[in-house]
Design a protein around this ligand. Structure first.
Ligand code: PLP
Length: 498
């Protein structure tokens, strides 16, 4: 670029994760023991995130329930941590249901969302889990499958709120009258608990309008002789990836300039990241816009609860919920696992392409660190394997290439600058991968195994300020081990890494 500092996308890192990465040899040791690449999850960070949301809810609401949205990550350690913390869980498949039950969740703490076919409905009907109904077919099918006095707990998901993009999920607001009639007709078979929505938007007004619509419909349900007690506001509470919003903006500015042919090229293979190039300008919203967010989930939640509602005399959502004895449910996924996972890989080799680009090849593929082929706008962290004494210490801009024999397997399509040239054997840390990045799209192309998932625990020590880190397979993690003394000999294999 220039002699000035190169563009950077510094990652926000949780102090516990940072301390782990700074502990001499800790990350290297994890790979030596369990193989490279590997996903690391930090259940203590999950617990920390949960506590932040709880603090907000405790201040504003007499009645609430958090349901951890399992689909964000397959980690058993996170599910066990949620169970241990006493919250609920939102599952969206038979396998997630089995995972929740296996981790100790009783049916009253389980909610089933998402698209459901005949088979799973039959499985659910007698279990007592709450079915978050998506559509009229499902509602009728639940009623048919239920016995006359079954009282199957049901939420009804709504969509089509004013100013919200059309959704494939939920019953459109225009069909609510049919829903209310069906619920009244099947009283006894169905225990209608309330309305639900889930909007994946960072725009506060959208969620607030959905809340207002659901409150109004809750009133209408009373008029039909129904007695809803729950309002489920779903998930969609944002993560904060960037440690430096100004640096992020400066990077995106430089990227846009480069797309116009100004300055150093920063895009691999003609990628435009969702921008439109037209009339000598760069237009539109890039695919990676979520990486720019700076509003944390607890702030978003607090703002929603404190927001004054139209038509309620300026009273807040929290006040209205309290006055109407409504239990507010939420289904956070990414907000609970924000900063609670990283992915470690190793640099295999470095090469130059015909156009002079430098490719740093790592031993994982794009799909194991990228959700649904988005572009991840967070700099990986280079942990040099050995100190390179004769290094020319100039920063270098590279693209990261994956291990698949496919042209498109670039881990980054945007240029990433490192303080020094990476070398074979160096360790590459992909920050904040727990939310969807690890598990949503990962495939076993070329018969590569999926990276193992490991749980890392920081255990304070009486003898040193730093304490120590212990690491086990994700499947073997138990929350009790987090607080307690040394692991039992009969328990899972724990490895000290420091
Ligand atoms: C995916 C999903 C969630 C979790 O969403 P996040 O954006 O990760 O908080 C919650 N509820 C439903 C119904 C979902 O499909």
């Amino acid at each position: 670029m220039t002699a000035s500092a190169p563009p950077r996308l510094p990652a926000k890192i949780h102090p516990l994760v940072r301390a782990f990465l700074q502990a001499p040899g800790a990350a290297e040791d994890a790979l030596t023991r369990f193989g490279s690449p590997a996903h690391l999850v930090f259940p203590q960070v999950f617990a920390d995130n949960l506590e932040r949301l709880r603090t907000v809810l405790e201040q504003g609401l007499p009645r609430y329930r958090i349901c951890y949205a399992h689909k964000v990550n397959q980690s058993r350690a996170f599910v066990r941590t949620a169970e241990h913390a006493g919250v609920g869980i939102d599952v969206a498949s038979e396998a997630e249901l089995a995972s929740a039950v296996g981790a100790g969740f009783g049916s009253t703490r389980i909610e089933v969302t998402g698209p459901k076919g005949e088979e799973i409905l039959r499985e659910l009907i007698a279990t007592g889990v709450t079915i978050n109904v998506d559509n009229m077919w499902e509602l009728h099918r639940v009623a048919e499958l239920a016995g006359r006095h079954a009282g199957v707990p049901v939420l009804v998901r709504l969509s089509g709120f004013a100013g919200t993009p059309v959704s494939r999920f939920g019953v459109p607001l225009g069909q609510v009258e049919d829903v209310l009639r069906a619920l009244a007709a099947h009283h006894g078979r169905i225990d209608f608990r309330g309305f639900a929505f889930h909007i994946d938007s960072g725009e506060p007004g959208e969620r607030l309008r959905a809340v207002e619509a659901c409150l109004e419909l809750t009133e209408r349900a009373y008029a039909h002789g129904l007695a809803p007690t729950v309002l489920n506001i779903g998930g969609g509470f944002r993560q904060v990836f960037t440690a430096d919003a100004d640096a992020f903006d400066a990077y995106v500015h430089a990227l846009r300039e480069s797309l116009l042919g100004h300055g150093e090229p920063m895009a691999w293979g003609g990628n435009t990241f969702g921008f439109h190039l037209e009339g000598g300008g760069v237009h539109g919203t890039p695919v990676f816009h979520k990486y720019a967010n700076t509003v944390p989930a607890d702030r978003m939640l607090a703002d929603l609860l404190e927001a004054e509602l139209d038509g309620h005399g300026g009273r807040s959502f929290a006040q209205i919920a309290a006055e109407n004895l409504l239990e507010v449910w939420l289904e956070p996924g990414k907000a609970l696992v924000d900063h609670a996972g990283i992915t470690l890989a190793r640099v295999e080799f470095v090469k130059e392409t015909a156009d002079g680009s430098v490719l740093v090849n790592v031993d994982l593929s794009r799909d194991t660190v990228t959700p649904a082929d988005q572009e991840v706008m967070v700099d990986p962290i280079l942990l040099p394997g050995v100190v390179h004494t004769q290094d020319n210490s100039d920063p270098i801009g590279v693209f990261l290439a994956g291990r698949l024999c496919l042209e498109r397997d670039l881990v980054t399509n945007h240029k990433v600058w490192f303080p020094q040239r990476p070398r074979p054997g160096d360790l590459m840390v992909f920050p904040n991968t727990a939310a969807y990045h690890m598990d949503l799209s990962a495939a076993r192309a070329s018969m590569h195994r999926l990276p193992p998932k490991l749980a890392v625990v920081h255990r304070p020590s009486d003898f040193s300020d730093q304490g120590k880190y212990e690491i086990c397979r994700d499947d073997d993690y138990e929350p009790a081990l987090m607080a307690g003394g040394p692991p039992q000999s009969a328990g899972p294999q724990w490895h000290e890494v420091q």
